[in-house]
Design a binder for this molecule. Structure first.
Ligand code: ADP
Ligand code: MG
Length: 687
């Protein structure tokens, strides 16, 4: 049956339902998935040797004839032994396999390649033990000789099976049109796609493997860069509200703050204000370390839009954060503008200081333009009730890595096709600049590169489980000083299986241990109203210790909290730990972070990396290496089908270079539809 890249494996003869299920577990459902399932490593099984060479070297591959083969049960252990005598015409050799009783029938009197190690054992004599075997065919051997690919696998499928499947697919696939333009391949010395795919699995030598990697890495980066550029261009073709800089109001706002803006905050605010004056949609991401004060920058942008008579939407990933922004906006913005501020989150509707009974009322206020600044959570984009606005000027998405990249689309009404509101997203995920330019190439980036003056680095210490009392004493000192403490656990409910601390258990323990203090509990399952009340009480110091889940990871700002204890820190990713720790050290007092961890897997290495890293960027890089980019950039949730398989994010030069090549290419060919294969590929990619 003819097939192409998009053919489903279920339509291919010879792959049964059971195999399909296993392959699906590996993320392989189509022919394309299969041939893009790259090896994790290679084993060099060497050139074909003669039997006498093999006997000398002790390890390698031979081509031989199976003269004799028989099987028996060994007397010592009750295992199957298959014994054979093979010959290469000159010499012969004994071969032994354990527990593979089907081999007799498979190999009897056949020409075979065998790859393995010679052993000499008093009970067997000199023999090749458990070699990998493969029947000699017209095509070269794929399992026993040369560079043999090793795949990441799951139970139910063997290396040999997947290798054969990929080999067969590659040899049967009729044609694979290369979408990469000839001129690019020529100029940068890249090999053809089909060749690259076949060499990435079955290279004859290291050079072929390198060529293949070079080509396929290029593909990953080039497509990303091109699509980003295309999106960017499309956005810039539209128009947007002209937001005139409101000097007096902005000054009043800045003077009303209890602090002076840092120079990063000033610089980036100014950039944003200038950009919004132009009548072209701003599409900007503010990246700034936790606690660097991104909110103020967003408030300045919001204030200017409001003062120009436009509505502003602010969306946060959690109710607590939405509430926090709502409170800040009321506190700061109300002093300088009379605009109405509303909050729309799950079952919590506020209009200025008033509680609103139904969502519908609020939705109407928004539609009529009675609500100017609309603060909320995911509820803002709930499918049932798409919001309509009177005149939306700016969308702000906080902690954007928590959302997909397509959130704006859901907030922008469809009627006005050529008109877009401005868009500002905020993220504390520290991304190295070159990487950010590539990953977020469709967005302009602002870096808030410094923390407000006077902040001290958080003192971070790691403790093994049995050193708990030490940490508790340190915590007791902080509490005596009237400072607030977070205790973070990875689980909410106790679990007997996992031996991991849960919020509920720890809450009871902590209440006993620190009985003279007020302890409260907080996690995702707590009712919204209670959550918000607890946070408020904690902020005011009515609660001293908050035992909580990683719910507090994002954005919460409680300046008086100076201390954090993380249980089972090994369960958290480095970036997540970094975010968690970002909850403390938000004022001039010295802050402390204590990590309890169990030394499982690479925990020790990761915790040490965390302790050593000085900046968020360093953590990001380490996390990239240890966990891959999906986690870090939230691409997994974003729906953007970036399949980085080969790129190592340390290859900043390659990343940078490819982006430049993509830019040059677009400059040269204004209309890339002239390259229909490439254009199709990009369309597929953008989907
Ligand atoms: P993040 O960038 O993590 O969102 P926030 O905007 O929540 O940080 O700011 C963290 C804390 O720092 C807040 O309490 C905020 O009021 C305060 N802050 C912001 N800018 C400054 C500044 N320039 N000087 C001092 N404190 C600041
Ligand atoms: Mg924030």
């Amino acid at each position: 049956m003819p097939f192409n890249l998009k053919t489903k494996l279920s339509e291919v003869k010879g792959i049964g339902a059971a195999k399909q299920k296993i392959l699906k577990k590996l993320g392989i459902q189509t022919i394309e998935d299969l041939i893009y399932y790259f090896p994790r490593a290679f084993e060099n099984r060497g050139n074909i040797l003669s039997i006498s060479q093999l006997k000398k070297i002790g390890k390698g591959c031979i081509k031989s004839h199976v003269k004799l083969i028989h099987q028996r049960r060994s007397y010592k252990k009750r295992i199957f032994l298959t014994e054979a005598i093979v010959s290469d015409g000159k010499d012969s050799l004994k071969v032994i396999w354990f527990n593979q009783p089907f081999l007799k029938r498979a190999l009897e009197n056949k020409q075979v390649y065998l790859s393995g190690q010679i052993n000499s054992d008093p009970s067997y004599g000199i023999a090749l033990i458990n070699p990998v075997w493969e029947i000699v065919k017209k095509t070269p051997p794929i399992h026993t000789q040369g560079l043999v690919p090793i795949y990441p696998l799951t139970e139910g499928i063997s290396q040999k099976q997947i290798r054969s499947l990929i080999w067969l697919t590659l040899s049967k696939i009729p044609s694979l049109k290369d979408w990469l333009p000839e001129e690019i391949k020529k100029q940068y010395g890249l090999i053809d796609l089909k060749k690259a795919l076949s060499q990435i699995h079955f290279p004859k030598n290291v050079k072929e493997l390198e060529q293949a990697k070079q080509r396929l890495k290029f593909d990953e980066l080039f497509l990303l860069a091109l699509s980003n550029k295309i999106i960017k261009k499309k956005i810039k073709e539209k128009s947007a509200p002209i937001i005139k800089f409101q000097e007096q109001i902005t000054k009043n706002f800045v003077q009303s703050l209890k602090f002076n803006l840092t120079s990063s905050q000033k610089r980036e605010s100014w950039k944003i204000l200038k950009e919004m004056e132009k009548g072209k949609p701003m599409n900007r991401l503010i990246i700034g370390d936790v606690g660097s004060g991104k909110t103020v920058v967003a408030l300045i942008a919001a204030l200017n839009c409001l003062a120009n008579g436009y509505q502003v939407v602010y969306m946060a990933p959690t109710e607590i954060l939405a509430q926090q922004f709502f409170d800040r906006a009321k506190q700061y913005l109300k002093k300088v503008t009379k605009k109405n501020i509303c909050l729309l989150s799950k079952n919590n509707y506020l209009f200025n200081n008033k509680k609103i009974k139904t969502k519908r009322t609020l939705v109407n206020y928004i539609k009529q333009g009675k609500a100017d600044l609309i603060v909320g959570t995911h509820s803002l984009i709930s499918q049932k009730n798409p919001l309509t606005f009177k005149n939306l000027g700016l969308i702000i998405i906080d902690e954007q890595h928590r959302f997909g990249v397509e959130q704006r689309a859901k907030l922008v009404t469809k009627e006005k096709k050529d008109f877009l509101p401005h868009f500002l997203s905020l993220s504390a995920t520290p991304i190295p600049r070159t990487l950010a330019l590539t990953l977020y190439g469709d967005i302009d980036i602002s870096y808030i590169s410094e923390l407000p003056a006077g902040r001290k680095a958080v003192i971070t210490k790691a403790f093994k489980e049995d050193e708990k009392e030490k940490a508790f004493e340190l915590i007791a000192q902080r509490l005596k000083n009237k400072e607030l403490v977070f205790i973070v656990c990875p689980l909410i409910n106790p679990s007997s299986k996992l031996e991991i601390r849960s919020v509920k258990e720890e809450y009871e323990n902590i209440k006993k241990r620190f009985s003279e203090y007020k302890v409260a509990i907080l996690h995702g399952k707590v009712k919204s109203e209670e959550k918000i009340k607890t946070i408020k009480d904690f902020k005011r110091g009515k609660i001293n210790i908050l035992v909580t889940s990683s719910l507090i990871e994002v954005g919460i700002d409680i300046p008086k909290a100076t201390t954090m204890l993380v249980e089972n820190a090994e369960r958290f990713g480095l970036a997540q730990l970094y975010q968690l720790r970002g909850r403390i050290g938000r004022n001039k007092k010295q802050a402390y972070c204590f990590l309890f961890y169990k030394n499982v897997g690479n925990a020790e290495q990761r915790i040490q990396a965390f302790l050593k890293a000085k900046t968020g960027i360093e953590i990001a890089e380490k996390d990239l290496l240890l966990r891959g980019p999906g986690e870090l950039f939230g691409y997994a949730q974003s729906g953007k089908s970036v399949k980085f398989k080969l790129i190592d994010f340390k290859e900043t030069e390659l990343i940078e270079q490819t982006r430049k090549i993509a830019n040059l290419f677009l400059k040269k060919h204004q209309d890339i539809k002239k390259f229909p294969l490439l254009w199709n590929k990009i369309k597929e990619y953008l989907k």
